[in-house]
Design a protein. Structure first.
Length: 447
């Protein structure tokens, strides 16, 4: 087979597959029928970090060519094709006074990818995850049928297995989603520096009651009494009268700069990451309130540098993201301590609070604390440190986010996701021959 090498955003585990790029939805079924015994995987914009959108030796259908957007109904619902990116969608809907109900930290994800990973944003404590705002979708399942699926029916089991199901139940062809009306395209943002982890977590809890959007960036190099010192940003969409006179309240012109250059030796290493963390923390104001920020500054700052993942060099990066229930809060500090002690500083470390979750058997968000860290893959001893942390997370009833994963051991999966049997039952029903497959699914014993 001649094919293309595909990797996730972390660039850690490339594999070769035959890539098909349908120009319209009706072509997708043909690619499923002609896929060989290694089956077919679905891919959006490849922003999952690990091997979720890869299929070594098989077929990968790249959905980014099917990106139609329907009209917005009065109640803010609209139907879009599975390959449309949030970037395209926002350019269409923000000038009309609407925003996506949940935005991840980048616009460069597709609607299909957002549903398949049940993506969360800075407002999970208020609004839940992507799956909470999907009215219905059309799914091409492995048996070749196109099924209409919704949370209240038809086929709510298939709906739940697909939301967060990592593309293992079929191809999301089209989805009807709910947008949220916004008074302007700017946010009023409070920024506060905190001296330690306890203060960070307390401030995030306090902020929940007052702000729709809330997140903490943690200085991953601080230790001892400074462990967990952070910059907290919390915000809400600004009323139109908070803008300067004459300002178009729904203007949306996201800025994007040049692409990051290839860095054969890797520009991000423990020394540059340490220097960045220190400078970033000191540069933030101790407290600044009601600052007007654009959607792209507040939600998608990383999109300003295209292909920034290349700064880690050819060996790439590992993102480790976990969530623990409140009873396991101590694991947040313990994980930060272990990473500092292992000499594994993270370029970007984020803590957020999740509200109620658990939409589907493989959906990541669940009530508690989530911590995400970005680590150079070549960090000495990293696999052992992360294996140990996975076990600690599982012991306290937490889990790892599969959209970021490239290395979890399969025996921990049913401990972290105890409803896994629901996914297996649905797959057996709609894909009895196991035609939908991914590298992640094979690694974790799911297909
Ligand atoms: C800078 C950055 C910031 C991020 N921030 C966040 C964040 O704040 N919150 C968060 O939750 N995630 C975040 N992510 C992760 C990202 O949102 C998810 O990985 C998302 O799924 C990527 O979408 P994609 O279109 O690139 O999907 P891909 O990476 O291409 O695929 C991801 C999974 O979705 C499946 N899939 C894709 N399209 C379809 C389809 N049409 N039908 C069925 N299955 C499909 C694939 O098979 C695969 O299993 C971030 C990623 C990056 C790079």
């Amino acid at each position: 087979m001649t094919g293309s090498s595909l990797a996730g955003w972390g660039l850690t585990a490339p594999t070769v597959a035959e890539v098909k790029v349908p120009a319209c939805l009706s072509e997708v079924g043909g690619h499923l029928r002609s896929a060989g015994e290694r089956g077919l995987a679905v891919r959006g914009l490849g922003r999952s970090y690990g091997d979720a959108a890869q299929n070594a030796g098989g077929t990968v259908v790249d959905m980014t060519g099917v990106d139609g957007v329907g009209p917005i109904a009065d109640d803010g619902t609209l139907t879009v094709q599975g390959g449309v990116s949030l970037d395209t969608l926002l350019r269409r809907v923000v000038p009309q006074g609407w925003f996506v109900s949940v935005s991840p930290g980048t616009r460069q994800v597709t609607v299909g990818g957002a549903i398949a990973c049940d993506v969360h944003g800075k407002n999970h404590h208020r609004d839940g995850s992507w799956g909470d705002h999907v009215k219905s979708f059309r799914l091409l399942t492995g048996d070749g049928q196109i099924r209409e699926v919704g949370p209240q029916g038809p086929d709510p089991e298939l709906y739940r297995a697909t939301v967060g199901g990592m593309g293992l139940t079929g191809v999301i062809l089209e989805a009807t989603i709910a947008l949220v009306a916004v008074p302007s395209s700017r946010l009023l943002v409070d920024t506060d520096r905190t001296p330690d982890l306890d203060t960070t977590l307390d401030r995030l809890i306090d902020g929940e009651a007052h702000h729709r959007y809330s997140v903490a960036w943690i200085d991953s190099t601080a230790s001892g009494r400074h462990l967990g010192r952070s910059i907290i940003t919390q915000g809400d969409f600004a009323p139109a009268d908070a803008l300067a006179e004459g300002d178009d309240p729904h203007q949306f012109r996201p800025w994007s700069g040049p692409a990051a250059p290839p860095a054969p030796g890797g520009l991000l290493n423990r020394h540059t990451i340490r220097a960045f963390n220190e400078a970033w923390f000191r540069r933030a104001p101790i407290a600044r309130h009601d600052e007007l920020q654009s959607i792209s500054t507040f939600f998608h700052p990383l999109d300003g540098v295209d292909r920034w993942n290349r700064l880690y060099g050819p060996r790439g990066m590992v993102q480790w993201q976990m969530v623990v229930p409140d009873s396991g809060t101590q694991v947040v500090g313990m994980a930060m301590e272990r990473l500092v002690a292992a000499g594994a500083p993270s370029f970007l470390s984020v803590v957020k609070r999740f509200g109620a979750g658990d939409i589907g058997p493989l959906s990541f968000p669940t009530s508690g604390w989530t911590l995400a860290v970005d680590l150079p893959a070549r960090t000495h001893g990293l696999p052992d440190v992360l294996d140990h942390l996975d076990e600690v997370v599982a012991e306290v009833g937490g889990r790892i986010y599969l959209a970021k994963d490239s290395r979890l051991h399969p025996q921990l999966l049913p401990v972290m996701y105890p409803r896994l049997g629901e996914l297996v039952a649905v797959r057996d029903r709609v894909d009895p021959e196991g035609r939908i497959r991914t590298d992640l699914g094979r690694r974790l014993g799911l297909c």
